[in-house]
Structure formats: C-alpha cells, structure tokens
Ligand binder design. Structure first.
Ligand code: C2E
Ligand code: MG
Ligand code: MG
Ligand code: MG
Length: 277
C-alpha cells in the first residue's frame, strides 16, 4: 500500500514537473519571439531633488506588452532572460532605446533629461559590454554625462579587481554610476571607496514605513552620512507619502524617486507630467 502511494506520488510529481518544464519552455519561446518583435517598452519614472523638487532625471524601467495587451512587470521575466542569456540582447536594446528617447525628448523641445538604465550582472560581465556601450553612445549621440548606469551590489562585489577596472573605464567615458538597492546586498563598506560611484540608491524597503520605524530611520541616516563622507549622492526609491518625503528631507537625502511624485510613465505621459509641472 505504502509502495503504491509512493508510486502515485512519484507519477503526480513527474506530471507536475513536466507541466512546469513545458510552461517554462513556452514562456522562454514567447520571450524570444517578444524580443524579435520588439514587444518591450520602456517606462520612465521621474527623480527629483529632495529640497527643490526639480526634476533631476528619470529611470528607465522595462515592461513586456504582450499581444493580448497584458503588461508584464520585469520581475516576471528578467530572471528568465538572465538564465537564458537573452538578457544580453535585451539589455542592449534597453540601452539603445533609452539613449534614443533622451535625444527624442530634446528634439521635442525638452531640456536634456538625465536617464538611468538598469544593468544586470550578467550583462555587465559580458566581454562585449564596453564596446557595445561606447557604440550606443556614439550612434545615439547622447552626451555621456546624461547617462547613468544602475548596478546592484551583487555586480559590484564579484571579482572586485575586474569590476573596478570596468567601472573606471565607464567613468572615463563620462557616464555616471549608481549603486541600486543599496543596503539589501552584502557589499563591504570598506570597498565602497574604491568604486567610482556617483550615487547610492537607498532601497525602498528602508523607506517603507519610515515615519514609524526608527530602525529604518537610523539606517537611512547612516547611509546618507556615508554618502556625504565619500562624496556620493544619495537617492531614496519607493517614496510614496508626504511623511516619508519630509523624513528624507530632514535626514538630508539628496534625491527622491517614488509614487509620491510619479509612477513610471510612458514617454508621452512623461512629457505631459513634465510640461504640466
Ligand atoms: P529597481 O531598479 O530597484 O526599480 C525600482 C522599482 O520600484 C521599479 O519596479 C519601480 O516601478 C518601483 N517603484 C518605484 N517607486 C515606487 C513606489 O513609490 N512604490 C512602490 N511600491 N514601487 C515603486 P519595476 O519597474 O517593477 O522594476 C523592478 C526591477 O526590475 C527593477 O528594480 C530592476 O531591478 C529590474 N528592471 C527594470 N527594468 C530593467 C531593465 O531594463 N534591465 C534590467 N536588467 N533590469 C530591469
Ligand atoms: Mg534601478
Ligand atoms: Mg532599486
Ligand atoms: Mg529593486
């Protein structure tokens, strides 16, 4: 009897695994096709100065617009693109599209708006990354000082010598560097000084409930102090309320990004947001 149950369980398990594997394969194929058909779109989320509330830049955030008009958030497909290596062509598309958009806004009469692009660890470590980057800069005609690359601690903490060399090269090109989701990884604080960073992005988990959580307040205060002594700017992400904004101002965090000012917007909506302000 026990044996039977065991076999039943195994069959059940195997059927589920097959279902999982085939669903996964289908998703992979759909993503490949989506890449070929350019079903991806960039949204842009404003970043503002914490004191003046003036726009200081936007972060480009990818969405997958499926033919059935479903909008898929990056968390649902970036990990698969990373596992399959498809993140390399997609990441190249994101960079090119962000630079193209920056130039198009200028052509439409907007001032040059600094643009941040998320770079995945796999993309950053790929040996063609730097030539690809400098190619896109050249072809788009973007002034490199208007481009900012957002890297996570997981990127920066691998092979520090390689990473530092690569980061210095990017800085020499005139491009800016931000450390994304800061505080959630395990970056060694003593290493930070060797990285030519322009900005620390304080993860939204520290911002959430800031007004009631004194531990988060202490963490943000410490990150801002660290930024000040290393001469690196600090930006808080995920700011949703007036209260959170006031706290961050009081703690002298330099810049703010979050729903309180705006959700990520399609280009046309961003232009409206900008011109209505
Ligand atoms: P991230 O770079 O840390 O981006 C910030 C995320 O927080 C975005 O989620 C944004 O929509 C969300 N967010 C901003 N303000 C608020 C707020 O006030 N409240 C809340 N609840 N959320 C807020 P999104 O767009 O879903 O992106 C998730 C992650 O996917 C990003 O985290 C980034 O790691 C990755 N990602 C997005 N676009 C790209 C891309 O083009 N390439 C790569 N490699 N990764 C990307
Ligand atoms: Mg980011
Ligand atoms: Mg982040
Ligand atoms: Mg994040």
């Amino acid at each position: 009897k026990v044996k039977d149950n065991g076999r039943n369980f195994y069959e059940f398990f195997e059927a589920n695994m097959n279902e999982y594997a085939s669903e996964r394969l289908m998703l992979e194929n759909n993503l490949r096709r989506a890449l070929a058909r350019e079903e991806f779109v960039l949204f842009y989320q404003p970043q503002v100065d914490s004191r003046t509330e003036a726009l200081i830049g936007v972060e480009a955030l990818i969405r997958w617009m499926r033919p059935n008009s479903e909008i898929v958030p990056p968390g649902d497909f970036i990990p698969i693109l990373e596992e399959t290596g498809l993140i390399i062509p997609l990441g190249e598309w994101v960079l090119a599209e962000a630079c193209r958009q920056h130039k198009e806004w200028i052509r439409k009469g907007l001032p040059p708006i600094p643009i941040s692009v998320n770079i995945s660890a796999i993309q950053f470590q790929e040996k063609e990354f730097l030539p690809m980057l400098s190619n896109i800069i050249k072809e788009s005609g973007i002034e490199p000082g208007y481009l900012d690359l957002e890297l996570t601690e997981s990127v920066v903490m691998q092979k520090p010598e390689f990473v530092i060399k690569q980061l210095k090269f990017i800085k020499e090109m005139g491009i800016n560097l931000s450390l994304d989701d800061f505080g959630t990884g395990f970056s060694s604080l003593s290493y930070l000084r060797y990285f030519p960073l322009d900005r620390l992005k304080i993860d939204q988990s520290f911002v959430r409930g800031l007004s009631t959580d004194s531990v988060n307040e202490a963490i943000i205060e410490a990150v801002v102090a660290l930024g000040k002594s290393l001469k690196i700017k600090t930006i808080a992400e995920g700011v949703e309320t007036k209260q959170e904004l006031e706290f961050l101002r009081k703690l002298e965090c330099d810049e703010i990004q979050g729903y309180y000012f705006s959700k990520p917007l399609l280009s046309e909506d961003f232009i409206k947001w900008f011109t209505n302000r």
